[in-house]
Design a protein. Structure first.
Length: 283
């Protein structure tokens, strides 16, 4: 889901203390010097796309996320033998956490990896998943991730999986690795202490990692005689916009006051559990 490429660069969202402030100038936001570029977080696989390792992101207290522990991805229904070897032998994936609805899973099931525990825990209900895709509705859909009990249960369970991974890597994903996966990644990075500007940059980076996939899809649609309206719809559906994640955080502010309150009272991830997550995943 996205707008024009130029909007991805200009539409930075502003946050202070876990609360959205649309008036805060970009110059007032502290952005930490990254340990590596966004491109260096990519895990290049033959049969999957938008696959990334959160390892190397710097936290506000000067620590960094451990490598080969927290992975995000799009669907895994075309993994090759080489991909499985890379994920299990190099990245030591122990949990494949699938955020898609059961109907999506049935249509495009993950390739099962030996020794990897598969968990399907849907963020969406059928009612919340089906809507007319446009920028306004996409923002409303992100708000539903905060309001819906099903979504909160899924993200709660994702944090429990992180707490119980026993030293193995956790890979979480949805269909394109940008919306349900993107919000999950943002929440995990927040708990670990990454600054919000960096969190938004990582969220928006899906547009770069999905560009080749989306261009191929648009080329195929043009060859099949797609209308300009259909192509415009596909462009929105294929990417993200910072305003979508901002809408989710706005909803957190509306319902819970702060992100910290949402984590404790909305997702039921205690302060003690959050400290344990930082102990497990930071160095």
């Amino acid at each position: 889901m996205k707008n024009s490429p130029s909007e991805y660069v200009s539409s930075r969202s502003s946050f202070q203390a876990g609360v959205v402030s649309a008036e805060t100038p970009d110059s007032a936001i502290k952005t930490l010097t990254p340990a590596k570029t966004e491109a260096e977080h990519e895990i290049k696989l033959e049969g999957a796309f938008n696959v990334r390792d959160l390892g190397g992101f710097i936290t506000k207290d000067g620590r960094q996320i451990k490598a080969h522990r927290l992975l995000r991805s799009a669907r895994l229904n075309h993994l090759t033998a080489n991909d499985i070897t890379q994920l299990t032998k190099i990245y030591h994936v122990g949990i494949d956490f699938d955020l898609r609805r059961p109907q999506e899973v049935a249509a495009q099931p993950d390739v099962r990896m030996p020794g990897v525990t598969y968990i399907n825990d849907s963020v969406d209900t059928d009612e919340s998943f089906h809507y007319v895709i446009n920028d306004h509705n996409n923002r409303q859909h992100y708000r539903s991730y905060i309001r819906n009990t099903r979504a909160r249960e899924a993200y709660h369970d994702l944090f429990l999986a992180l707490l119980n991974a026993n030293g193995q890597a956790v890979l979480w994903h949805c269909a394109s690795g940008k919306d349900r996966t993107g919000l999950g990644g943002a929440l995990i990075m927040y708990v670990l202490g990454v600054d919000l500007s960096t969190i938004f940059d990582d969220y928006a980076a899906s547009n770069d990692f999905l560009r080749a996939h989306n261009e191929a899809r648009l080329a195929e649609m043009r060859s099949e005689g797609a209308t300009p309206a259909e192509l415009a719809h596909a462009r929105i559906d294929g990417g993200v916009d910072r305003s979508y994640l901002k809408a989710a955080f706005n909803e957190i502010h509306k319902e819970f006051g702060t992100i910290d309150n949402y984590l404790v009272h909305g997702l039921h991830v205690s302060k003690r559990q959050q400290r344990k997550l930082r102990k497990i995943y930071l160095e």
